[in-house]
Design a protein around this ligand. Sequence first.
Ligand code: HPA
Length: 274
Amino acid sequence: MTSDYFDRVEAAARFLRGRLAEVPSIAVVLGSGLGAFAERLDGALRVPYTEIPHWPASTVVGHAGTLVCGASASRRVLTLAGRAHVYEGHDLPTVTFGTRVLGRLGVKTLVLTNAAGGINTSFTPGTLMVIDDHINLMGSNPLVGPNDERFGVRFPDMTEVYAPRLRAIVDEAASAAGVAVRHGIYVGLHGPSYETPAEIRFLRTIGADAVGMSTVPEAIVARHMGLDVLGISCITNPAAGVLPEPLHHDEVMEAARRVSGEFMALLEAIVARV
Ligand code: HPA
C-alpha cells in the first residue's frame, strides 16, 4: 500500500467531513438488492460516489453507487448503497477503498451485508445468516504490499473478525423484530461466474454455509483498522448443484428484494441496539 493510497483515502475522508454535519459511529454496506434500507432513512443526505474524490465506481446492476447518511429509528447511520467488487476488475485496495475511508472518518462499527448462495442445504431463499466467520478464497488479501502503519499493523489478528458482542446483538434484535436468523460461515470467491456443483461440494466440505463475491476483503481491512465488524448474508438462492437448476443474477436480485422488508426491520433493530 503506497502513501499515495493513504493520501487518496484521506482526500475522500476530508471531502466527506465537509459534507456531513457529523460522522455517525455506525456504517452499513448494503449488498445486491438490499439498497432499500438507504432509501428509507430520515433526513438523508445523499452523495453519489462519482462526487467523492478517488471513490471507485460500482457498475453492477442492483448497486446504486451512493453514500447515504440519515437516521434509522432516530440513530444516525452512514450507508453505502453499492460497493466495488473484484470481478469488475478492481484490485483489492480499490475494492476496500470505501472501508478505508469509513475507518479514517471515525466509524467504529461496520455492518457488511451481502447476497449469497446457500451451501447449507437447510437454508432457503430469504434466510438471513449472521456471519460467524469467513473463509477467504479470493486468491489474495487486501493487505498485500507494503504495510501503512497509519492504517494498522503488518500481521493483524483474525481470530474474531465478526465481533461476538455484535453477533449476540443480532440475535436479540432478530427476536425483537420477529425475524428469524441463522448463523454460519461465509466463503468469499472472486467470481463473477457462479460456482460449479463440484466447487460447492468442496466448499461444504471445508465448512462453508454460504458463498458470495464480496464482504471478505472489507472485513479484513476493517479489522486491520480496528473497527468492529458485523456480517449478514441474505441467502438468495440454493448454491449450484443443490437443485437441478441453473442460477441467474435476476433471481438473486428478486430474492433479495422479496426479503427486503424483513431485512430492513432487522437492520433497524440492530442499529437501535449497537
Ligand atoms: N454464488 C456466489 N455468489 C452469490 C450467489 C451464489 O450462488 N448468490 C448470490 N451471490
